[in-house]
Design a protein around this ligand. Structure first.
Ligand SMILES: Nc1nc2c(ncn2[C@@H]2O[C@H](COP(=O)(O)OP(=O)(O)OP(=O)(O)O)[C@@H](O)[C@H]2O)c(=O)[nH]1
Ligand SMILES: [Mg+2]
Length: 393
């Protein structure tokens, strides 16, 4: 699948920068194009200069709201981020339209951190503009949720997150959720953590996007996962993850040679299962697979690690986990390397974390307006909780 990627605000731009790197990697390793363009949009001039892989001209690094903020950002007010995107969004549309690979693009991917002001406010406005202009090209979004310490320190982060999610869910064709807190490593510095987290956020997209785009016959699977399959599998709240298991070296010690063919085969099945387990535990947000209406898995491995048995084993396993989901599957043979499984759960009917944001943000909105009364009972479901929140679009 070929995506055109637009990062909004600091977080969004940095993650988009990682997609630019992923695109270069696909060219180098697999001789194919998976990213048709990457753009960074911000109200903050300094943040735009700090990127590494996105083109450094003004068509790729786009400053919005310059006349109002003088390039100094919006200070976490996402209503302001939305307003500036409304005024200057045409700059983004122009850049996208004149991009050389625009017509090869299967879908857009818009990225933002939900807790800030610029990205959180702008993402749904730009998504809507793209949807209106390019009917038929899906618009997906990737929303990065704040760290726990940010939520505790500032309720505004929670409020921005809730209003951003509510707005983008109503416009975008799919919303990937990535929870910063799930990627935290206690022993790393904050800056190290952020760039590592960004790499981890984009990594699960690599095999998935490459699988349908490679042309070398040795790498075309029995059941190829093409852009159409992926688009069929994405709808509403979505989580993604990947896991891998190493294949033991080719050299064998004498005592290992006695292994029977059967054992060997079960080892292969086990490796694929372990990779799938790892993918589930590495999902970008905590969820219950039973809440998924759609699911997808992709097995990428050397040909000898892929058989009908293994594919069936993985399919059965996923069916047990996500019993209510329509499941799509694909394989992606490669010459060597590990066994990798990518998993996607979509059309999630419930996500605890979002529900919590909506609840807390409604309470925050009420205190803001100085009319916090005794709340009578809990709101019925996620949508009810969201109803009280203003929309940015
Ligand atoms: N994963 C990840 N999260 C980030 C990164 N930079 C910022 N964040 C998170 O994004 C949220 C803040 O959003 P920013 O992107 O900094 O805000 P912005 O869109 O630039 O908006 P303003 O600066 O408020 O105008 C916080 O939850 C941060 O933890 C990054 O490089 N990677
Ligand atoms: Mg910023």
């Amino acid at each position: 699948m070929k995506l055109m990627v637009i990062g909004l605000g600091q977080c969004g731009s940095r993650v988009a920068d990682e997609y630019a790197r992923l695109g270069q990697r696909a060219h180098g390793e697999r001789g194919t194009t998976i990213v048709t363009g990457t753009f960074a949009v911000n109200t903050d001039q300094t943040d735009l200069t700090g990127l590494s892989h996105i083109g450094s001209d003004y068509m790729h690094r786009i400053l919005i709201g310059g006349r109002k903020t003088w390039g100094h950002g919006v200070g976490k007010v996402n209503e302001m981020g939305a307003e500036l995107a409304r005024e200057d969004g045409d700059k983004v549309i122009d850049a996208v339209r004149t991009s050389p690979l625009f017509y090869q693009t299967h879908a857009f991917l818009l990225i933002a951190g939900t807790a800030g002001g610029t990205g959180s406010g702008a993402i749904s406005i730009i998504a809507q503009m793209l949807k209106e202009r390019y009917i038929g090209k899906p618009v997906y979004s990737l929303c990065v949720l704040p760290f726990e310490h940010e939520e505790v320190a500032e309720l505004r982060s929670v409020y921005n997150t809730a209003t951003c999610l509510k707005s983008i869910h109503s416009v975008a064709d799919g919303v990937f959720l990535a929870d910063n807190q799930r990627y935290v490593r206690k022993d790393a510095s904050l800056a190290m953590n952020l760039s590592r987290i960004n790499r981890q956020i984009v990594e699960p997209f690599y095999d998935l996007m490459c699988a349908g785009e490679v042309t070398n016959v040795r790498h075309v699977g029995a059941k190829t996962m093409d852009a159409g399959d992926i688009m069929q599998s994405i709808d509403g709240w979505t989580a993604i993850g990947c896991g891998s298991t190493d294949i033991p070296r080719g050299f064998r010690f004498p005592w290992e040679l006695s292994k029977t063919g059967f054992r060997e085969k079960s080892g292969e099945t086990l490796r694929a299962m372990q990779a799938m387990d790892a993918a589930v535990s590495e999902l970008s947000i905590a969820l219950n697979p039973e809440d998924a209406g759609r699911a997808l898995y992709l097995l990428a491995a050397p040909t000898k690690e892929m058989s009908m048995d293994i594919a069936k084993g993985l399919g059965d396993y996923l069916r047990e986990l996500a019993e209510n989901a329509v499941i799509r599957a694909g394989d992606f043979p490669r010459d060597r390397g590990s066994v990798n499984v990518t998993i996607l759960f979509s059309q999630l009917a419930f996500v605890q974390k979002i529900r919590d944001y909506y609840d807390r943000a409604s309470a925050f909105a009420m205190t803001q307006k100085d009319r916090l009364k005794e709340t009578t009972g809990r709101l019925r479901d996620m949508e009810d909780a969201a109803k009280g929140l203003p929309s940015l679009i």
